[in-house]
Design a protein around this ligand. Structure first.
Ligand SMILES: C[S@@+](CC[C@H](N)C(=O)[O-])C[C@H]1O[C@@H](n2cnc3c(N)ncnc32)[C@H](O)[C@@H]1O
Length: 270
């Protein structure tokens, strides 16, 4: 890992460690049941060889625990020990194995039938070399014919966050998110969480996280180089269960992509 990557990674990890206690309140409006339902629809549609699932970049386990409840045998992996600590304290977490790990150097684990990345963990990787390392790691973790499903944020989301703040309510508070451009692919997303203190005051907590734009076409090419074949993609509207047709980079806020580990081909070089 280069010095730049290591320092970037440490920024992301520390940012998420600081965010961990507030994370679920900030994202309380996420409909986790709907998010997981559309993943499960695609797992059923494309067929996985079994029910062992790894949730990569699992965060506070918002999706992880849904998959466990749905009957999958689940492992969650994340680089932030703060996020994993919150996940492991939740009801139902005793049925899940949580493992600290970096997407770019995924740990050796038992093979899985399904790998998922919900909520855009790939958008934290900042160049093709890191993405390729992540996809090679996913290839190693999957059994032949295993499925890999992941979210990607689009150019549409980047432009929306750069053009003005997103404001939504959280339990007992308010969240404001806004993007600040760094270069044509990188922006920093500032999250301000205002929670009500007493009748007259608000507590404000501010986080900044880097977010890179990764076009689906680039992901498809790198998946292929790692021995994973992109087999489907759909548009996503945030918080809707429906899978939308088409997924141009400006059509929707995010895309959900499905890839399969080719049973025949070993991971390719290059
Ligand atoms: C937006 S959160 C999504 C969390 C969860 N999947 C969800 O949907 O609620 C992104 C997560 O990716 C993790 N992450 C970012 N970069 C990572 C890396 N290089 N390796 C492992 N996890 C990473 C963060 O720690 C964070 O928990």
């Amino acid at each position: 890992m280069s010095a730049r990557s290591a320092s970037f990674s440490s920024t992301t990890r520390h940012s998420y460690d600081r965010l961990a206690e507030d994370y679920d309140a900030i994202y309380a409006t996420d409909d986790d049941g709907a998010r997981c339902a559309r993943y499960r629809t695609l797992i059923d549609r494309h067929g996985a060889p079994g029910d062992r699932l790894v949730d990569l970049g699992c965060g506070t386990g918002k999706g992880t625990l849904h998959f466990a409840e749905a009957g999958f045998s689940v492992t969650g992996v994340d680089c932030s020990t703060g996020m994993l600590k919150v996940a492991a304290a939740k009801p139902g977490a005793s049925t899940v194995r949580f493992v600290p790990g970096d997407l770019r150097e995924l740990p050796e684990l038992d093979p899985f039938d399904v790998a998922v990345m919900l909520g855009g963990p790939l958008n934290y990787l900042h160049d093709e070399r890191e993405l390729r390392a992540a996809f090679d790691g996913v290839y190693r973790l999957l059994r032949p014919d295993g499925l890999f499903l992941f979210d990607l944020y689009t150019l549409g989301l980047r432009e929306s966050l750069l053009s003005g703040p997103w404001v939504h309510e959280s339990p007992g508070g308010m969240v404001v998110m806004r993007g600040y451009p760094a270069d044509e692919r990188l922006m920093e997303v500032q999250v301000d969480h205002f929670s009500s203190g007493d009748a007259r005051t608000w507590n404000r907590t501010t986080f900044r996280q880097p977010q890179f734009h990764l076009p689906l076409a680039t992901a498809g090419r790198l998946l292929d180089a790692s021995g994973l074949t992109l087999i489907a993609h759909h548009g996503l509207a945030l918080n809707q269960e429906e899978l939308l047709p088409g997924a141009g980079d400006r059509d929707h806020m995010a895309v959900l992509a499905v890839a399969r580990k080719d049973a025949a081909s070993p991971a390719r070089q290059g």
